[in-house]
Design a protein around this ligand. Structure first.
Ligand code: SF4
Ligand code: SF4
Length: 103
């Protein structure tokens, strides 16, 4: 596997500057603004990325188009509705519980 199973964006070993760079890249390439679930004006998008957090405006889940996003493909993401359910890392932790880290 190309990326760490939990830390898909590889942020754990990243300094602040690289972290910011990666976050900007994700937000810039994010497709959420074209999604039926998205609520106009919500920002920042890129909800799959660890530090973005869930949306303050989106309450109702419709379709999720993350599967069509270049970021999703590039980082081998495998979940949906990051805007309401939390980031890739956060959802994986919720699904797998404490065993996710191998602890
Ligand atoms: S995977 Fe989804 S949340 Fe993440 S950048 Fe792409 S469209 Fe946005
Ligand atoms: S995370 Fe998925 S459901 Fe939410 S706005 Fe982005 S594409 Fe749509």
């Amino acid at each position: 596997m190309k990326y760490d199973r939990l830390d898909k964006f590889g942020v754990e070993k990243m300094g602040a500057a690289d972290y910011k760079k990666k976050q900007d890249y994700v937000v810039k390439n994010c497709k959420c603004q074209k999604c039926p679930t998205y609520v106009a004006g919500d920002a920042p998008v890129g909800y799959c990325f660890p530090a973005i957090g869930t949306s303050k405006k989106i309450q109702w889940e419709k379709d999720c188009i993350c599967g069509t996003c270049p970021v999703y493909k590039e980082y081998e993401l495998n979940l949906t509705h990051y805007c309401t359910r939390c980031s890739q890392f956060c959802q994986t932790m919720k699904i797998e519980g404490p065993t996710a880290t191998g602890a």
